[in-house]
Design a protein around this ligand. Structure first.
Ligand SMILES: C[S@@+](CC[C@H](N)C(=O)[O-])C[C@H]1O[C@@H](n2cnc3c(N)ncnc32)[C@H](O)[C@@H]1O
Ligand code: SF4
Length: 451
């Protein structure tokens, strides 16, 4: 059987499994866990352990048809300014709850489009956060940047506030693909943005690309990849297009007939990955590439790669505090998500309470499986010896899952004593293999395809 047929027979094209940016995944969260548990967990944080902070800006001037992010369109700044006011109120609530002396080890602004903020609002937000959570000396600050929605004044404001990494959205440079996903973005505009970021001293650049988009062909994607390599980013995220029109209604504007078939889509991912490898970028996890000296590549080599809601990170902070509508916090006892719709989030904060609306408190089995799934997603291996050291004898419950996985995936997965490893030929199946360790697999949630 050809390799591609083999992968197909093991579910590559049919399985609908999570991307495991958390375990359990967000569809498992329940409304019984909310602001009360959020406040208690935040108050109990150890002030000596710096935290990561994620701030969600749910606004875009344009709404790209392919996009599955939690965002809303606006043509004026009024709702954006009002939202920054709500974030300031949320920070004031946090100030009264958090232990004194707690510092921020990482900050990430995502969206939506954080660069919709004009310089004055960038400064207001950054200063409000730092007043409550002073940055640790080695704090890193990253921001998602839409190259068509940024200028030198915004970049200067972000740089002045300490931005150390910029993540620019590219997706694809081909005009026909861009037209089909409702996102115009000329190469020269992107190039100018990259030049401005470098001139402002931003040391690290990430580029987001997507394969599996409408009208994408090998030749078109190869051209995009060459252009991206010309921009010389330090990191690249190569996401498979998640076509989930039942969740993201605007994706209905994308015609199924224009999407590449399963095998073509797989070939597109392989083509881009091969070009990145040839250009000297190291593959990281299932969908990232990084230059050898980059922190992500170093973390992957030293076994410190981690996975959270932002994807692969080299972040060592155990706690992530999410601010803004729909943000998810990872606190010592569990996950808590703020109210997803902006009006519901605003209403809660204005009533003087935290905005946690649903979540999941982590039991002992959750913690164990969360780490096992993270190891599979980050390292393509699961080491029961390392699990025993961290979690004790209860780790043995994973052995049966490891044995079943090795049997099911044959020579694509090697099980040698305590160590299960996904071999390079089987790595396209990583999400499916990770799901074998997921005790909530039957929630009925509909995820994107595994390849
Ligand atoms: C918040 S958006 C990007 C930031 C900024 N608004 C921009 O457009 O440049 C984050 C990233 O999620 C990825 N993304 C969004 N929708 C996706 C989908 N349906 N499938 C795969 N990746 C997607 C894109 O690569 C996108 O750059
Ligand atoms: S890709 Fe970026 S600009 Fe486009 S809708 Fe999504 S978040 Fe907004």
């Amino acid at each position: 059987m050809k390799q591609i047929d083999r992968l197909g027979s093991l579910g590559l094209f049919d399985a609908r499994v999570p991307r495991y940016t958390s375990y359990p995944t967000a569809p498992v969260f329940l409304p019984q866990v909310g602001a009360t548990q959020q406040a208690a967990a935040l108050a109990a944080l150890d002030p000596d352990d710096p935290v990561s902070v994620y701030i969600h800006i749910p606004f875009c001037e344009r709404l790209c048809w392919f996009c599955a992010c939690r965002t809303q369109g606006t043509q004026t700044l009024a709702p954006v300014e009002a939202y920054i006011g709500t974030l300031e109120q949320e920070l004031t609530l946090l100030r009264d709850i958090l232990p004194r002396g707690l510092r921020m080890g990482r900050m990430h602004w995502g969206g939506g489009t954080p660069t919709i903020l004009p310089p004055a609002l960038i400064h207001r937000l950054a200063r409000a956060v730092k007043a409550v959570l002073p940055p640790a000396d080695d704090c890193e600050f990253s921001v998602e940047i839409d190259p068509t929605m940024v200028d030198r004044a915004k970049i200067a404001a972000l740089a002045a506030e300490g931005m150390s990494r910029a993540s620019i959205g590219i997706q694809d440079f081909d005009p026909l693909v861009q037209q089909a996903i409702g996102r115009q973005q000329p190469f020269d505009v992107t190039r100018a943005c990259v030049d401005d970021l470098r001139a402002a001293g931003i040391g690290s650049l990430n580029a987001d690309l997507v394969y599996g988009l409408p009208h994408q062909t090998a030749a078109r994607l190869a051209d995009t990849v060459d252009k991206v390599l010309d921009l010389a980013p330090d990191r690249i995220a190569l996401f498979g297009y998640a076509h989930v029109p039942w969740m993201s209604k605007r994706q209905k504007l994308i015609k199924d007939a224009d999407l590449p078939g399963d095998r073509d889509r797989f070939a597109l991912a392989e083509l881009a990955a091969e070009r990145f490898r040839t250009a000297g970028l190291e593959p990281i996890g299932i969908d990232h590439f990084a230059r050898t000296g980059d922190g992500l590549a170093q973390a992957a080599r030293s076994g410190h790669l981690r996975r959270n809601f932002q994807g692969y990170v080299d972040d060592r902070c155990a706690t992530l505090i999410g601010l803004g509508a729909s943000s998810i916090s990872r606190l010592p006892g569990g996950y808590i998500q703020n109210a997803a719709a902006t009006p519901a989030y605003v209403q809660r904060i204005e009533a003087g309470a935290l905005a946690g609306a649903r979540g999941h408190m982590l039991g002992a089995d959750d913690l164990l499986r969360a780490r096992a799934i993270e190891m599979v997603m980050c390292d393509f291996r699961l080491d029961l010896g390392a699990m025993r050291q961290a979690f004790g004898p209860r780790s043995e419950v994973l052995r049966a899952d490891m044995t079943r996985t090795a049997e099911r995936f044959g020579d694509l997965v090697r099980l040698d004593g305590d160590v299960m490893e996904i071999l390079p030929e089987g790595r396209a199946l990583t999400r499916i293999i990770a799901s074998a360790f997921d005790a909530y697999n039957d929630t009925g949630a509909r995820y994107s395809q595994a390849s």
